[in-house]
Structures are given as C-alpha cells and as structure tokens.
Design a protein around this ligand. Structure first.
Ligand SMILES: [Zn+2]
Ligand SMILES: [Zn+2]
Length: 174
C-alpha cells in the first residue's frame, strides 16, 4: 500500500509541475485574468488569444489558424444546415469558390422525455473552398479543442474573417 501512495504522490507532483509550465496567466484588455493553454477565448469580452512561446497574440482580422479555433455555438444558428448562408468565398483564404467540401455533423434534439434517449440527427453540408484549401470549417461535436466555456456542439472556423462574415449572415442576433 505504501508504494502505491508514493506513486500517486509522485504522479500528482509531475502533473502539477507540467500544468504550471504549460499554462500562461495573462490579463485580457477587458481586465479579466485568463489562463492560456493554447488558444482561448476570454469569457468576458469574447476576444481570442493565442499563446506563442512566451508571448500572447490577439487573434483578430486576418488571422487564419492551422486548426479551427473560432467557435460558433449551435444555439446561435439555425438547427438545419440547409438554412445556413455561406459567404461566397473560400473559407480559409477568402479567394474564389472552386469546390465545396462536405462536412457531416450530428445534432441531438433538445426534447427531454423521461427515460428516453435523445435523438441524433445527421446533416451534411458543403463548405466553399478554393482549390488550394480544405478543412476551413469543422463540426465541433467532437470537442477536442481547449476552448473555455463551450461544451455544447458548435461550428469551428479557421479564418477569423470568414467566421465573422458567417456570423453576420446567420446569427439570430449578432
Ligand atoms: Zn476579455
Ligand atoms: Zn483558399
């Protein structure tokens, strides 16, 4: 039993030290204290920040990330992707539309009934891209990114500008 206790204590110390090395504490322009692991959104003012080595960069107009970090929660857009409007530009670089990339997503219905499973509905939609780019928009139902405050399903965008345009065209109240 004692050796197990030592093993557990050592593991706790290792993970704590690792966490402290990876996380950067940072004060947002709005005054909130944030813990940055990679890309995080300030829960106060919704600005996005990215940790780059020892510095922190504000992600704003023109930003295109390697992974889709800009989040649009399902609650802000129409349930059926057939009702979404896509800005007629490549979802990564903003160039001409030359193809549509198919994305499939599952959404659970919000009908809670005693003892019943929630129903999952599958949708497929096409995301405009130029020939040089792909994966500009992803379905965020697999929530693998470290973005604070979003456990619900969402669409995720690589391009800040495309994300903003899509929001302007589709959000109930932006
Ligand atoms: Zn803020
Ligand atoms: Zn492109």
């Amino acid at each position: 039993m004692d050796t197990w206790l030592v093993v557990v204590i050592v593991l706790v110390i290792i993970s704590t030290v690792g966490y402290l090395i990876c996380v950067r504490r940072f004060t947002c322009e709005c005054g909130r204290r944030l813990k940055l692991l990679n890309v995080d959104r300030c829960p106060g003012c919704q600005r996005y920040y990215k940790k780059e080595g020892k510095s922190v960069r504000l992600l704003g107009p023109g930003a295109v990330e390697d992974s889709p970090v800009f989040v649009l929660p399902d609650s802000e857009i129409a349930f059926n992707p057939a009702d979404w409007k896509w800005p007629p530009r490549c979802a990564v670089c903003g160039g001409p539309v030359e193809c549509y990339e198919k994305v499939t997503r599952g959404r659970t219905t919000n009908t809670f009934m005693a003892g019943a499973m929630r129903e999952v509905i599958k949708f497929t939609f096409g995301v405009p891209h130029c020939r040089a780019h792909s994966r500009g928009v992803e379905d965020g139902s697999a929530d693998s990114l470290n973005i604070v405050g979003h456990t619900e399903g969402a669409l995720r965008f690589r391009s800040y500008d495309y994300w903003m345009s899509f929001k302007r065209m589709n959000c109930h109240e932006a």
